[in-house]
Design a binder for this molecule. Sequence first.
Ligand code: ADP
Ligand code: MG
Length: 344
Amino acid sequence: MRKRFLSLLLTALTVVSLTACGAEKPAVKTVYAMDTVMTLTAYGKNAEEAVAAAEEELYRLDQLLDRFAENSELAAINANAGAPTGVSDELAELIALSRHISEKTLGAFDPTVAPVMDAWGFGGESPRVPTQPELEVLLSTIGAARIVISYEDRPRVTIGSAQALDLGGIAKGYAGGCVKEIFEKYGCTGVIDLGGDVMLAGKKTDGKDWRVAVKDPNDPSDFLGTLTLSDCAVVTSGIYERNFTEDGVLYHHIIDPATGRPAESGLVSATVVCADGAYADALSTAAFVLGARGAVSLCDRFGTETPLLELLLVTDDGRVLCTAGLDGIFEPNTESGYLYEQLS
Ligand code: ADP
Ligand code: MG
């Protein structure tokens, strides 16, 4: 059994003012899955059924997408690296999407970072700093272009013989999207908070948008501002989520696939807003790796395939950069001490 090396996760986003005064009471459920404490809040006649079904769905997806889970499809692909492994349509589709996003982010998002993650010991009980020669060997294994998906009687996935897949950069967002669909199927609105990955189903019961507070990555007891939104995904990737410190240096879990080291792009967090949970998650990881300049290009490149795409980036020199589409949606906290600039 894998030990959780950092059990407490500080969530980057919090939904404020869930209910209007005197409004109906929601069904609320806390779920522990994907190494994360998740909170599901549903409104509507079938809210209890919706959160119960959502909980089951999250356990199912945890089992499907966790490369450390015994007997998971993902573990089977990794154990069988170099040869084709039969998988479900659902997993094949998510791997295909991961490969596609990897290509279009020029490798900033890469689902084959697993061997490098393991060398750092992220997810294990004794994280460590690997040597440069060790990293160089592992870097030669990275590359989503080597993932082959074939469709015969059923989908089959083949990865390079020294490769392993890690869907940690997309799994929670994808799961959030699946839960949002469940809420919709049960005629519910609500908030799906998967610890930093937030999905907003519909609007509040008073017909207004939800308000999501974006925490200050340098001081999670404070916040940078609020986003007023509905029916979309909001996902943050940041250095303060999972990390360890050695000799006074903080090492975090978002790897730059070009160096094999924790990304140093001048950002401390990257928040992505868009219609689709899986895209929002993968693109927040990519934006974090690319840094402010590279991240802007994501909007042009992905804007047509995932509508409503907007970015909010926090730099390590105290600036908050927002794309123009967040005008009137993001309300800065003027007391936070940050400089607010438009990203273009
Ligand atoms: P969180 O785990 O908090 O949701 P992210 O969505 O940013 O954070 O994903 C980080 C996870 O994604 C890591 O734990 C690892 O499993 C995987 N990962 C790390 N670097 C990359 C990368 N460059 N591309 C794709 N996945 C990555
Ligand atoms: Mg991500």
